[in-house]
Design a protein around this ligand. Structure first.
Ligand SMILES: Cc1cc2nc3c(=O)[nH]c(=O)nc-3n(C[C@H](O)[C@H](O)[C@H](O)COP(=O)(O)OP(=O)(O)OC[C@H]3O[C@@H](n4cnc5c(N)ncnc54)[C@H](O)[C@@H]3O)c2cc1C
Length: 246
């Protein structure tokens, strides 16, 4: 059963019209990177709460959440209206199994995300574990528009720190440009373009974590299964580990 903490909004970053991050006070810093908390507000006398992945690593005294404003959503428009100094209810402890301790060892760790699904991967990459366990790490971020490629400064720190081990691959579906691949993640895997761009193979020697849009997850999982990879289960370890946001 979750407990609730009334958290002050420390800062808000507006990335694009419908994309923002909230940093809120959160002393419950013992969690595993990849886990989620719940945010709750009372709106028109109704209590509304939803799950959100933590972007920050364990050990910090704040919680950072990366959110999409769903225009007709029940909670996210009110979260988008929060400003520094406002309060929001946050659950603790964090929970969930989309964590590296559920993922077997492998040669390359592929982290496939769309939209705000990059959040749990940013938390994991800010811990020592993935860098110690995997020879290569490929972080793929799929978005519609190039301005939705967020968290650039944080990601470029890892590019500089781990130039041989880390490849960041932005993917944009509705723009074309030189700094990213244009298309959708499953098609780019099928066409071998993600593998070529990152110079990494994608086969059963790899581990693949997928987070974000349910259609992307379904299509990618089906494709990977056709390539010989299998869902990772506790009783039967495989290569595909998934977190679905809706
Ligand atoms: C384990 C878990 C972790 C999650 N982590 C995050 C996170 O880190 N950031 C985040 O923004 N959301 C996250 N979500 C989704 C979040 O819980 C809410 O569903 C979302 O904020 C919409 O809530 P709402 O009340 O505004 O919309 P609702 O009234 O509940 O409407 C839900 C609809 O909103 C759409 N939707 C939901 N989430 C998204 C999204 N992320 N991007 C685009 N469309 C969406 C879908 O069409 C869905 O059917 C997570 C969900 C789960 C289960």
């Amino acid at each position: 059963m979750a407990n609730w903490h009334s958290a002050e909004v420390i800062s808000k970053q507006q990335w694009a019209d419908n994309l923002f991050s909230l940093k809120v006070s959160y002393p419950h810093n013992k969690f595993t990177a990849g886990q989620f908390i719940k945010l709750g507000l009372t709106i028109d006398d109704k209590r509304i709460q939803r799950a959100y992945s933590l972007v920050n690593p364990p050990g910090t005294d704040y919680a950072e959440i990366y959110l999409t404003l769903v225009a007709d959503g029940l909670l996210s428009p009110s979260l988008a209206a929060l400003q520094s100094g406002d309060y929001v209810d946050v659950s603790y402890p964090a929970s969930g199994f989309f964590t590296l301790d559920e993922v077997p060892d492998g040669e390359t760790l592929w982290l496939l995300s769309t939209g705000t699904g990059i959040g749990p991967f940013l938390s994991m990459l800010a811990t020592p574990e993935p860098w110690q366990r995997f020879k290569h790490i490929v972080l793929v971020h799929g978005v519609r528009w190039s301005q939705d490629l967020t968290y650039g400064p944080l990601i470029s720190q890892w590019q500089q720190q781990y130039p041989q081990q880390f490849h960041y691959q932005p993917v944009v579906s509705r723009d074309s440009g030189n700094h990213y691949l244009t298309g959708r993640i499953p098609q780019l895997i099928q066409q071998q373009r993600l593998q070529q761009a990152s110079q990494r193979s994608l086969d059963d020697t790899c581990q693949v974590m997928i987070c974000g849009n349910p259609d992307m997850i379904k299509e990618t999982k089906t494709l990977l299964e056709s390539m010989g990879l299998a869902k990772n289960l506790r009783r039967k370890p495989g290569q595909i580990t998934v977190e679905q946001y809706w």
